[in-house]
Write a protein that binds this ligand. Structure first.
Ligand code: SAM
Ligand code: SF4
Length: 489
């Protein structure tokens, strides 16, 4: 023994993120928080002491993914690794996760991330024991495991015994952060670990109060709450000082933003961020049609740094289905907002989300969605088959559409939209566009760029470029989802 105090080895974590940009950005905040707490991020589960999944429950498929991951890596518990489930599945399933995957020790919804440091201390204070074999408690049976490696829902299983060895790898630690969905606070942290040095997200509003009939978000992310516009602006200025030139404002419904200090409307906040010195591009997603005012288009007209792209999810082209979905707008009201965008001074690209196969959707309703695609001429559409979700009103609706029929409608919709995109993208040939350089694709010998309209525009250049810079590119060819071009010198 040298007598020199030994430093505890640095704890490591692995984090995998599922779902939307909000989750991606939440993960950047979680990573920053963990690093601040002395952890080091690693690339593989095998290298990690703590394995975290930031989850999505918007559709059943997304939810199942996390349980498969947990099953795949369950065996690593024997090495003393700990597992945590964060995000929407955590909030939705709560303590049931401990029953379904007893090797999980931490379950934390997004509204409780502020408490992560405390939870990590708790996790470590109990769990530093070496693996040890212990007899099962009196009266406890050995448990039954299903094929996926999960326990059945017997509460006895939730206390850590396994069929084979009854090896307990750690004292039972069950930490939950699930209680704060009614919070007024947003998850702001000074420790965000942004992954891209040029383009960064800022969450300006969290949660949702809209309760569309099909959607879990109000249940998983809690009530709607906005940051002050001053705090958003301060973060934008700080990012500009660090060299960021593109900012993307985030919210489940970003345009439902209401400055909690009452100073600026959403459109005024957009304009103010667009005027921060050093910021060249501002994007915002997702906008909700109900709260989409003409002032947003006026702001885009007035401030050149606000990007030429608006994502406005419609969900269905049939007013009857929109009503059943509780979207609280009609096809005509939606099209009025599209008309505002089309009358903008610059050519704005418009993208949307569509759900097919909502209960009761007839052939005629579906045909109206197809005709809406033609009428708007979207640049891109995110398409979803309706997936029944727990707690939502739509789960008890009759007239479910068979899965094969949902799949057929999805195919038809995607094929129609592909034709629209082929036609629209041809218009870019022979015109010049500014792109942000995102990197280089060696196999194609092309630079990767993105226009203000959010179109991928990959291009050749005789000179070497740097990621994060801007370049003028002439469109020379088009595909359904991207453009190609050459650098203008
Ligand atoms: N707040 C945005 C809005 O209202 O337009 C949407 C945010 S949601 C996280 C993203 C998309 O997921 C929705 O626009 C919808 O198309 C899709 N989605 C939500 N719930 C769904 C469900 N139960 N089944 C299929 N798609 C769903
Ligand atoms: Fe979900 Fe509707 Fe809220 Fe969008 S507005 S997050 S679809 S409940």
């Amino acid at each position: 023994m040298s007598g020199v105090p030994q430093q505890a080895p640095q704890k490591t974590f692995y984090l995998e993120t599922f779902g939307c940009q909000m989750n991606v950005h939440d993960s950047e905040k979680v990573v920053g928080t963990l690093i601040q707490e002395g952890y080091r991020q690693v690339e593989t589960v095998e290298q990690a002491d703590l394995i975290l999944y930031n989850t999505c429950s918007i559709r059943d498929k997304a939810e199942q993914k996390v349980f498969h991951r947990l099953a795949d890596y369950k065996k690593l518990q024997a090495q003393g690794k700990k597992f945590g489930v964060l995000g929407c599945v955590a909030q939705q399933e709560g303590e049931k996760i401990f029953e379904r995957a007893p090797h999980v020790s931490l379950v934390c919804g997004s509204a409780s991330y502020n408490k992560l440091p405390e939870m990590l201390v708790q996790l470590n204070s109990v769990g530093d024991t070496a693996p040890r074999e212990i007899p099962p408690p009196a009266g406890e049976n050995a448990g039954v495991w299903d094929d996926a490696g999960f326990a059945d829902s017997s509460p006895l299983i939730a206390h850590g015994s396994s069929r084979d060895s009854r090896l307990r790898t750690q004292d039972l630690v069950r930490i939950t952060g699930l209680d704060d969905r009614q919070t007024d606070k947003c998850f702001e942290t000074e420790f965000t670990a942004r992954t891209n040095p040029h383009r960064g997200y800022i969450t300006i509003i969290e949660g949702c109060d809209k309760f569309c009939a099909y959607c879990v978000v109000p249940f998983t992310r809690g009530k709607e709450r906005s940051r002050t516009s001053d705090s958003v602006l301060a973060e934008a200025r700080q990012m500009a000082d660090l060299g960021y030139t593109e900012i993307q404002l985030l919210g489940q419904n970003v345009n439902s933003y209401k400055d909690s200090a009452g100073k600026r409307s959403f459109a005024e906040l957009l304009a103010a961020i667009g005027e921060v010195p050093g910021i060249k591009r501002v994007r915002f997603t997702t906008s909700h049609p109900r709260d989409f005012g003409r002032d947003i288009v006026c702001a885009v007209d007035a401030v050149p740094t606000l990007c030429d792209h608006i994502h406005l999810p419609v969900q269905s082209g049939s007013t009857r289905i929109l009503d059943a979905m509780q979207r609280l707008y009609t096809r005509e009201q939606y099209l009025e907002r599209i008309a505002w965008m089309k009358s903008a001074k610059r050519d704005l690209t418009i993208t949307t989300d569509v759900i097919v196969g909502f209960p009761g959707e007839t052939e005629d309703d579906f045909a109206q969605t197809l005709s809406l695609l033609d009428e708007v001429g979207y640049d891109s559409v995110f398409t979803f088959k309706y997936s029944p979700r727990p707690n939502t009103p739509a789960i008890s609706l009759e007239d479910a559409i068979p899965d094969a029929e949902k799949a057929r409608r999805l195919e038809v919709l995607m094929a129609r939209q592909r034709e629209i995109q082929i036609k629209r993208n041809k218009n870019y040939i022979g015109t010049s566009h500014e792109v942000m350089v995102e990197g280089y694709n060696d196999s194609r010998a092309q630079w990767i760029g993105r226009t203000s309209q959010n179109k991928p525009l990959n291009f050749t250049a005789a000179t070497s470029l740097r990621a994060g810079t801007y370049a003028q590119v002439l469109g020379t060819g088009s595909f359904p989802n991207s453009l190609i071009g050459q650098l203008v010198v």
